[in-house]
Ligand binder design. Structure first.
Ligand code: GLA
Length: 432
């Protein structure tokens, strides 16, 4: 994958905001996408997940403003959008800007500005660029939310040190504000995994996240086995979370969990992650069959995450890979969020020697698979996937499907930095 050129963001800024200039330098907020290794559809029921932040980012190049106006330009959409932080409303004409708007609102509502002593938040002029494939399940929206939060806070004088990786509590609050933005402004009842991964990620590590208390443990993922790579395969099937069955699945699951917790009636059983397979069998007959299957997936998936973390710590990638296959099977047959293209991609991967595991990643209904592969087998895997898709690695115009396979590296979570004027000059020379 081509790394997001900060140069690109800066040179677009120079063109779009020629009226502002950057004599005083610019700020760069960066937030990565994520790929989830295992633990799917478990985050919104207090479960366990194991994502990695990846080396694809959303970057916002910006300059703070002295007033509360925000002028944004999205390079991916080729569109501008403006708002006032004093009166934030969603904008149907530029839906991409709603992520930013929602975050600005949530930072206020959640008291985060106030916690930094900011009474009236400052606006900014900013350009958004990114190289995370959109709507493919790699969390480009969460990355946009997180980058927006960092940009907004820095514009109001919060220093990079106050937002640094050691400030875990602040970062957790920001992740929650970003999730809130997506829930209320965009209308997706998502969990908090994507935002947490984008903020808490660390180079060469996966983030083992307990979604009950938001505690994170970083687990080395590529250090002891650097002959192993993570390959993402984008099926090109795009799904809009809002229109997909995501909210429906979540509702089904919540209802099921409530019923099980009620019937079991134990003080230590508050959510599905407290329910074991035997408990489910004991109450299965009381649940509608579909609901029981949804719950069965989540109960099994939570267990798989715990086993996967243990395997990773013991450098047992064969077991880890098996758990990935099991996770996919469960998502396909029990939770029913896979699709034929994802299933095919997993079957193809399984047939390639050197592939240790593969599964769909993210919400499902399209999007990507993630593959754990011996490095020497990466090329055979990508060739096989291209052959099987029948499309090759590029877009086929007649269907507008676009498949691609690429290696991702576990990357650091979000960051913010000020770029000095002389650096900005040098970067802007990089061409628009
Ligand atoms: C989407 C949501 C996450 C999570 C996954 C499924 O990515 O944003 O919160 O629920 O789907 O695991």
């Amino acid at each position: 994958m081509v790394a997001v050129p900060v140069e690109h963001a800066v040179s677009v800024f120079a063109r779009v905001f020629a009226d502002v200039g950057f004599e005083d330098g610019l700020w760069i907020a960066r937030a990565p996408g994520r790929v989830n290794l295992i633990g799917e559809h478990t985050d919104y029921s207090e479960g366990f997940v194991l994502p990695v932040a990846i080396d694809c980012d959303i970057v916002i190049a910006f300059r703070p403003r002295p007033d509360s106006r925000v002028r944004l330009y999205s390079s991916n959409y080729g569109q501008r959008s403006e708002l006032s932080l004093a009166d934030i409303a969603p904008d149907d004409a530029s839906p991409w800007s709603n992520y930013f708007r929602g975050v600005a609102q949530a930072l206020s509502d959640q008291g985060i500005y106030r916690s930094f002593g900011v009474d009236s938040p400052a606006g900014l002029d900013g350009v958004i660029v990114g190289d995370i494939p959109m709507e493919s399940g790699l969390s480009s929206s969460a990355a946009l939310e997180v980058a927006s939060a960092f940009a907004l806070l820095a514009a109001s004088g919060v220093s990079p040190r106050q937002l640094g990786p050691e400030c875990a509590d602040v970062r957790r609050e920001i992740a929650l504000a970003c999730r809130r933005a997506e829930n209320s402004f965009v209308g997706v009842a998502c969990g908090v995994m994507d935002q947490m991964a984008s903020i808490m990620g660390r180079r060469s590590h996966a983030v083992f996240l307990d979604c009950r208390n938001l505690e994170c443990q970083l687990v080395p993922v590529m250090e002891h086995e650097s002959d192993v790579a993570l390959v993402v395969y984008d099926t090109g099937i795009r799904r809009e979370l809002v229109e997909s069955g995501y909210n429906l699945r979540r509702a089904e699951l919540e209802k099921g969990a409530e019923m099980i917790v009620d019937v079991l009636n134990r003080p230590d059983t508050q959510a599905l992650r407290d329910v074991g397979p035997a408990d489910l069998e004991a109450v299965r007959d009381l649940l509608p069959p579909t609901m029981a299957r949804r719950c069965e997936h989540v109960i099994g998936e939570n267990e798989r995450v715990l086993r996967a973390v243990k395997a990773l710590r013991e450098a047992d990638l064969v077991t880890f890979g098996q758990l990935m296959y099991e996770s996919h099977a469960s998502l396909r047959t029990l939770f029913e969020v896979s699709c034929p293209e994802l299933d095919r991609a997993v079957d193809v991967a399984r047939s390639v020697p050197g592939v240790l595991g593969a599964r769909m990643t993210g919400a499902g209904f399209g999007g990507c698979t993630v593959n754990l592969v011996k490095r020497q087998a990466v090329e055979s895997l990508t060739n096989e996937l291209a052959r099987a898709s029948g499309l090759g690695p590029s877009c086929l115009e007649s269907t507008s499907r676009c498949t691609q396979a690429f290696v991702v590296e576990p990357a650091d979570g979000a960051s913010i930095a000020e770029v000095a004027p002389y650096m900005v000059q040098a970067l802007a020379g990089g061409g628009v």
